[in-house]
Design a protein around this ligand. Structure first.
Ligand SMILES: O=C(O)c1cc(C(=O)O)c2c(n1)C(=O)C(=O)c1cc(C(=O)O)[nH]c1-2
Length: 235
């Protein structure tokens, strides 16, 4: 039996190609390699935390843009949890991911007001994060879901931080690292859902190739953020 050259990849093959994109993840960026290898100065670590705060602060707005564009109730019911994970629920069990990031900043010596002021956010980081929010606003919701799939690769980078930072950066109070610990199960849960949406929606070869392009766009955002941070906080 012969298949036309344009037959879509099987689900397994498509997923493998998506996962293969890990090779371009920011875990391999020279700045991250130095950061998780214990080679960054306190100013560089603080610069990274303060700049990444902008990304964290936009994530729930990005997820709200997906909800706005999503006409599928079943998806919205699952997706709304992501906003609560980051913003927290008043009186709830967890203060939320953004608050946990603020605590990371405090543990590293950055007062909350200084983080919230965004005074340390450099233009390249701002542009990159804004591009992600803008993409989620303007694209079909399934494409924005696909862009979130860099989270497939995130548990490893969080684990690297948990494993290395206490020894490399003993001046950071250990309770500040709680954000990284909290994200590992949440990222796995999010990816399970995001991957199911992506494997269902991108069901022709052309669409599957588009999905790989979207994932590359998101990898580029994360990479460009570290390029900008590296430039702002030279060794
Ligand atoms: O620390 C990291 O390297 C990292 C990367 C990513 C990512 O790959 O987009 C996310 C996160 N962290 C993260 O904490 C997070 O909540 C998150 C949400 C999303 C998303 O696209 O919806 N990515 C990420």
């Amino acid at each position: 039996m012969s298949y036309p050259a344009t037959a879509p990849w099987t689900r397994g093959e498509f997923e493998e190609r998506l996962r293969d994109k890990s090779r371009g993840y920011h875990i391999h960026h020279p700045f991250n390699v130095r950061l998780n290898g214990g080679l960054c100065s306190p100013d560089q670590v603080r610069g990274w935390i303060a700049n990444r705060f902008y990304y964290q602060s936009l994530i729930p707005r990005k997820d709200a843009a997906i909800l706005l564009n999503c006409d599928d109730r079943a998806t919205r019911r699952l997706w709304v949890q992501r906003i609560l994970d980051h913003d927290g629920v008043p009186g709830g069990e967890s203060a939320g991911g953004i608050e946990a990031w603020v605590r990371l900043g405090s543990a590293a010596g950055i007062p909350p007001g200084e983080l919230w002021s965004l005074q340390h956010v450099v233009p390249g980081v701002r542009f990159a994060c804004d591009a992600y929010l803008d993409f989620a606003r303007r694209s079909p919701w399934q494409e924005a879901v696909c862009a979130s799939l860099t989270e497939m690769f995130a548990p490893r980078i969080h684990q690297d931080r948990l494993a290395g930072w206490p020894e490399h950066y003993p001046w950071i109070a250990p309770e500040g690292l709680a954000y990284f610990r909290s994200r590992i199960p949440l990222a796995r849960r999010d990816v399970e859902h995001g991957l199911a949406v992506t494997l269902d929606h991108f069901d022709t070869l052309e669409r599957q190739q588009r999905a790989l392009g979207i994932l590359q766009f998101k990898l580029d955002i994360l990479w460009a953020m570290l390029d900008a941070i590296e430039r702002a906080y030279p060794a």
